[in-house]
Design a protein around this ligand. Structure first.
Ligand SMILES: Cc1cc2nc3c(=O)[nH]c(=O)nc-3n(C[C@H](O)[C@H](O)[C@H](O)COP(=O)(O)OP(=O)(O)OC[C@H]3O[C@@H](n4cnc5c(N)ncnc54)[C@H](O)[C@@H]3O)c2cc1C
Length: 384
């Protein structure tokens, strides 16, 4: 067992850090408070080889590992937290599902523009009556000739995406679930009025009213749900990595502050009440980091294991938020202002305890691993 990064990984970290400082640091504060996705960053990252890190070179990616992508998202987040979203979209989320399951034609039409930083994709999974209970989703895909007609409503995705990976139901039960690709502007597809998350980012309901999906835009047919969830574990690693990196960003900011700020004629870092906070923060960050790196390293070029991903997400989500909160406390009134990015990281880390599988759902999954049995969350059917 080796807890050190390899020389190549360290060199890669240095390259990404230098890119982030040069290209992203100057407008980091402004970017964090903009509602729109930072499209200009996607172009820069495509040029720097930071999109599609884990995607095979034959598909236009960089042919790297999931751990490389984690290192990239960390280095970007530590300089410009908002830009870490671009590393996420370009490496961990729907893009991985496309790389794994799309046809050659779909890769050309949907994946390639994402890798060039020209388009953005969002996942349309959650519905008004299907949140944590994803498999209750009711958006239907009904056969129409060789294609399908899609009808239903989705909530919470980025309303500014160019293409949506839409979870649909072809038939009853978990096995009836699959997915299709729908482009912005498709007939019958409307994006509702944007609203705001606590992070300041926009979300909006998506309405699908008998939208025709040609056969070439069907991604996964019946039985696709399990494949999609395997891809979703990669998304969770990105979610976990950002949570932790945002916590570390706050930790670094608070540590620098405590080294220079004086009260009662002494530096803040000389007060034991604050020293212990920093000791606790450091311990939590290191522990979460090891769990994250375990899940990412073991995945190598494939999808990460469900149990290791679950533990990493839970630990990183909680640590990121707790550290952001404690760091804010250590910075006093300044930490609560928008003069620094600490309050922004605090708000973002809060959201990741809900998004991508809430921490309660992660614990439900872990309970099943601990007791080696299923604990159905639905009430028993009559007669059971
Ligand atoms: C910042 C952010 C970004 C998002 N982005 C997207 C996106 O791009 N695309 C998309 O499709 N969706 C997105 N979502 C939606 C997200 O996936 C859902 O919010 C999440 O799955 C929870 O569903 P819900 O909000 O309906 O809460 P509910 O499922 O109604 O849960 C409410 C509360 O009950 C708890 N709970 C539910 N069931 C159980 C149980 N069995 N045991 C214990 N506790 C339980 C939950 O943990 C939660 O605390 C986003 C959400 C957020 C916050």
């Amino acid at each position: 067992m080796d807890f050190e990064l390899t020389r190549e990984q360290e060199a890669f970290q240095d390259v990404v850090r230098a890119f982030a400082r040069r290209e992203l640091e100057p407008r980091a504060l402004e970017r964090a408070h903009a509602a729109e996705y930072p499209r200009e960053v996607a172009k820069k990252m495509a040029g720097a080889g930071l999109l599609g890190i884990t995607i095979p070179e034959a598909d236009g990616g960089q042919g790297g590992t999931l751990m490389d992508a984690v290192l990239a998202i960390e280095q970007v987040a530590l300089v410009c937290p908002r830009s870490a979203d671009v590393v996420q979209e370009g490496n961990f989320g729907a893009i991985r599902v496309l790389a794994q399951f799309a046809s050659a034609d779909q890769k050309r039409r949907f994946l390639a523009p994402l890798l060039r930083g020209e388009e953005i994709i969002a996942v349309a999974m959650t519905e008004p009556d299907a949140g944590s209970a994803t498999t209750d989703l009711a958006t239907t895909a009904t056969p129409d000739g060789a294609g399908f007609r899609v009808s239903g409503t989705k909530v919470f995705p980025n309303p500014h995406a160019d293409q949506y990976l839409v979870y649909v139901r072809y038939g009853p039960g978990v096995n009836g679930i699959g997915s299709v690709m729908v482009r912005r502007g498709a007939q019958g597809f409307t994006v509702g009025r944007p609203a705001k998350f606590m992070s300041g980012a926009d979300w909006a309901p998506l309405y699908f009213d008998n939208v025709y999906v040609p056969p070439e835009d069907v991604l996964l047919r019946e039985g696709g749900f399990k494949k999609q969830i395997a891809g979703f574990n990669a998304e969770r690693i990105g979610n976990a990595a950002r949570s932790l990196a945002f916590g570390r960003y706050c930790f670094n900011a608070a540590r620098d502050y405590a080294r220079t700020r004086k009260q009662f004629g002494r530096l803040l870092c000389e007060f034991q009440g604050l020293q212990w906070k920093f000791a606790d923060m450091k311990t939590k960050i290191d522990a979460a980091q090891l769990l994250l790196y375990r899940a990412a390293t073991n995945a190598d070029r494939g999808f990460p294991a469900a149990d290791e991903t679950t533990i990493a997400k839970l630990m990183c989500n909680q640590t990121g938020f707790e550290v952001a909160s404690e760091a804010m406390q250590a910075m006093g009134g300044l930490g609560y202002t928008q003069e620094t990015l600490v309050e922004y990281c605090f708000r973002r880390t809060r959201g990741w305890m809900i998004a991508g599988g809430s921490i309660e759902m992660m614990k439900n999954r872990l309970a099943e691993i601990v007791f080696e049995r299923r604990f159905p969350q639905r009430p028993p059917r009559r007669g059971e």
